[in-house]
Design a protein around this ligand. Sequence first.
Ligand code: NAD
Length: 449
Amino acid sequence: MDQSTIDALRAQAVPPRLHIIDGKSVPASDGAVMDVISPIDGTVLTSMARGTVADMQSAIASARAAFEDGRWAGQPPGARKKVLHKWADLIEANALELAVLGVRDNGTEINMAIKAEPGSAAVTIRYYAEALDKIYGEIAPTASDVLGMIHKEPVGVVGAIIPWNFPLMIGAWKLGPALAMGNSVVLKPAETASLSLMRMVELAHEAGLPSGVLNAVTGEGAVVGEAMGLSMDVDVLVFTGSGGTGRRLMEYAARSNMKRVYLELGGKSPNVVFADAPDLKEAAKIAAGGIFRNAGQVCVAGSRLLVEASIHDEFVAEVAKVSAAMRVGDPLDLGTAIGAVNSEVQLMQNLGFVESARSEGGEVVLGGSRILESTGGYYMEPTIVTGVAPEATLTQKEVFGPVLGVSKFESDDEAVRLANGTVYGLAGGVWTSNLSRAHSIVKRIRTGV
Ligand code: NAD
């Protein structure tokens, strides 16, 4: 990956993006389009179809027809495996093109995007390609005159709704397993990060996925996402995004066919640093990277830094030093450490969180402002707020931006209490050289990762 290839790719015009339904590119039923704005400089990159309820229904009908006639579900496992491997090959062969297109759309720094996006997506799809012919059924323990066979089957039509921070990685988490098992899928990418995922859908077709098995409809969540959620003909919803939207999807399921709903939501993950951590400089470096890479737009970002009181000032100073040295700027520049915030709306929300932190008694010790406004893009300084109270907004609400809240603790019990003091529970980290303490704290912090 070199800068001149990246620059050549970024100079390419992006053609208007249409839906992909039944293997064909189709416009919205009413012809409506929406602008795709690049967060790098605020310019219009291209347009994409603004999907309608009718578009979503037509994509679902296409997926249903493909599922019922068995054009994919009916293929032997080895045949499906071959297509998925070919798809992963194509993703790898087009990795830089996919990554640059995605960065122009969502603002993630390219040195992260290349690994986290096409790189990760290809690995995920290969994983499920390899898994699909190793899934066995079971014979249930029954009376001798009864035969109970447990057979693993595809569910039918899977609706997948994807967020904007890592569209290819998260898209692959949904598409890999659903397609491997023989389901048909309707995909709804995020409004502000559709382009690279739509290209990945095209590559699936180039790899030999039959038409109708994977359909993708662009547009607004409140329109096409809702239509998917309320459909009587979608059997499963798989979703990554905010808690608010997740709650709506459960409501949609309850109001329609009680489809199964799988949700991956937000976080407010604690990073707990004890005075006996073996290498405080390394801890500071990772604490900074853990919140500021991708401008904090990472579900597992370590957005709450909990520091033992005896090292608090010294440690925060080190995190601030490392963070201040992280270069914010053009995400397509290989030297950039922190790219653009995804949209102007998101940037304004981030700044609002800084204001509320100040008004609730927090001290902004680094950053706090929009920068590089003259570029037309959406950039924000890495921001550190100390003295954040347990009940403060910055403790309780996910910012999903480059804002780190810091609090101190005096004891193990207090660290655990603070770490567990939110409704979230996605991820966490502990820094100590005391292995017994590490295991005990990890066990006591209620978190998935
Ligand atoms: P979002 O909930 O606003 O949007 C996610 C998707 O839902 C988008 O495609 C959007 O169009 C769609 N959507 C919005 N309203 C909808 C509706 N009414 N019906 C159906 N679909 C609708 O979230 P976002 O801002 O795109 O993503 C950020 C959030 O995602 C953060 O909370 C972040 O923590 C979370 N996230 C979680 C993980 C994880 O693995 N747990 C990974 C990445 C992001």
